[in-house]
Ligand binder design. Structure first.
Ligand SMILES: C[S@@+](CC[C@H](N)C(=O)[O-])C[C@H]1O[C@@H](n2cnc3c(N)ncnc32)[C@H](O)[C@@H]1O
Length: 386
């Protein structure tokens, strides 16, 4: 029997069955709602104001036509964010606070990346045995990698932060902590980044996560490092979550929501910027752009325009960290309903960047690379300006 298949079998027999049953139990628990604490209400009010200001900015900006979301993303948002958006539109801050407090468990959102969708009632992953098997396998993969790297200081540090795990219903026990799958995944992306851009070298630097999604990755990075400035750039709908996570992971930071006239404020530690506000970021000031599973999912005209912005905003020795599909083919099956042009193809066509470093996929912490999911098309890479 091939070694990889043997490995997978062994993993399942060693603990996968228990892990699978554990998922079942936590999925049932996930449908329970927690009560919000009063402390969340002020943040919910702020987030609702921020959402409306971001939508106004988006709707009045000519950039919406070039940079705006594809149908894929508009549809995804409509379905996955329905409850959150209704709460914002109705100025129902109590409801928003309650949903955000339970962000990992309620029918609020997620579905941004594959692992999280499994616990959303009604999602294609929910109650789907195969998706739960995939989740089980991924958790077992994480357990194995983490056990082998038990002396990895960064992993330990990040797991200390994950203990906060706001609203986490899932019982994934790793390194003696009960952590959320979604947050572990983002923490491990940082461990991948650290292999080609040491996180300690980010001291004093200015970072942007473009298409930051829930914002967990950058929030964890900010919480684990000092003296970094950062910006989240995304659609107004996803910045709702970024605001929630950065406030919870880094309550002491000065965070700008653009509500006082400045879309980008140099004086603040953190800027939350609706995508059409990207032009307000000063040129040549950014040391690192992060882009994970995002640029290739946009319309080609949007990603082309974003590449120009990235190259303008980056300092001369700035870097672009990309974790995306390398080529257009998706798992050898051709394109799916997304645009999904490979990142390397987009980069080559732009003529603006070149590859400097890569993490081999079998050395990645966040990705599984095995018989069941031979994702040879994932590229974890650092690019520099030409
Ligand atoms: C697959 S998610 C990845 C999120 C996050 N980077 C992660 O790894 O979990 C893609 C992200 O791109 C954002 N996005 C899609 N179209 C966009 C656009 N035209 N401009 C800015 N962000 C966009 C989505 O809102 C979403 O947050």
């Amino acid at each position: 029997m091939n070694r990889t298949i043997r490995d997978i079998f062994a993993t399942f027999i060693r603990g996968g069955i228990i892990q699978y049953l554990d998922l079942e139990v936590s999925q049932t628990k996930a449908s329970n709602y927690l009560k919000p604490e009063p402390a969340d209400l002020d943040l919910a009010k702020l987030i609702i104001d921020f959402y409306h200001a971001s939508k106004n900015l988006e709707n009045s900006s000519p950039l919406k036509r070039t940079l705006g979301p594809s149908n894929l993303w508009s549809n995804k948002i409509e379905v996955n964010h329905k409850n959150v958006l209704n709460a914002c539109l109705n100025y129902d801050f109590k409801e928003l606070a309650q949903i955000l407090k339970n962000v990992y468990r309620s029918q609020s959102t997620l579905g941004m990346t594959y692992p999280d969708a499994w616990n959303i009632p009604g999602s294609s992953f929910h109650r789907n045995v195969f998706s739960k098997l995939r989740v089980t396998r991924t958790i077992m993969g994480y357990k194995k990698k983490i056990a082998h790297s038990s002396n990895n200081e960064l992993i330990r540090e990040l797991f200390e932060l994950l203990e906060n795990d706001f609203g986490n219903p899932m019982r994934i026990d790793l390194l003696g902590k009960r952590v959320s799958f979604e947050a572990v995944y983002h923490a491990l992306i940082l461990v991948d980044l650290n292999q080609i851009y040491p996180i300690k070298d980010l001291k004093g630097k200015n970072i942007i996560d473009l298409g930051s999604g829930l914002g967990i990755c950058l929030s964890l990075l900010m919480a684990s490092s000092q003296d970094i400035k950062c910006s989240f750039v995304d659609l107004p709908e996803n910045l709702i979550y970024a605001s929630w996570f950065i406030h919870n992971y880094c309550p002491e930071l000065k965070i700008n929501h653009g509500l006082h006239g400045k879309i980008y404020d140099d004086e603040c530690d953190v800027n939350l910027i609706p995508y059409v506000g990207i032009e307000n970021i000063p040129n040549s000031k950014i040391d690192l752009f992060i882009n994970t599973f995002s640029l290739p999912e946009m319309e080609k005209k949007s990603s082309d325009a974003y590449f120009k912005y990235i190259s303008e905003k980056l300092s001369d020795d700035g870097k672009l960290f990309s974790f995306n599909r390398r080529n257009t083919l998706v798992h050898g099956k051709g394109t799916v309903d997304f645009t999904m042009i490979g990142m390397q193809e987009l980069i080559d066509e732009s003529g603006l960047f070149h590859l400097t470093k890569e993490v081999p996929i079998d050395e990645s912490f966040s990705q599984n690379h095995d018989f069941a999911y031979p994702d040879t098309n994932a590229q974890i890479a650092l690019f520099e300006k030409n």
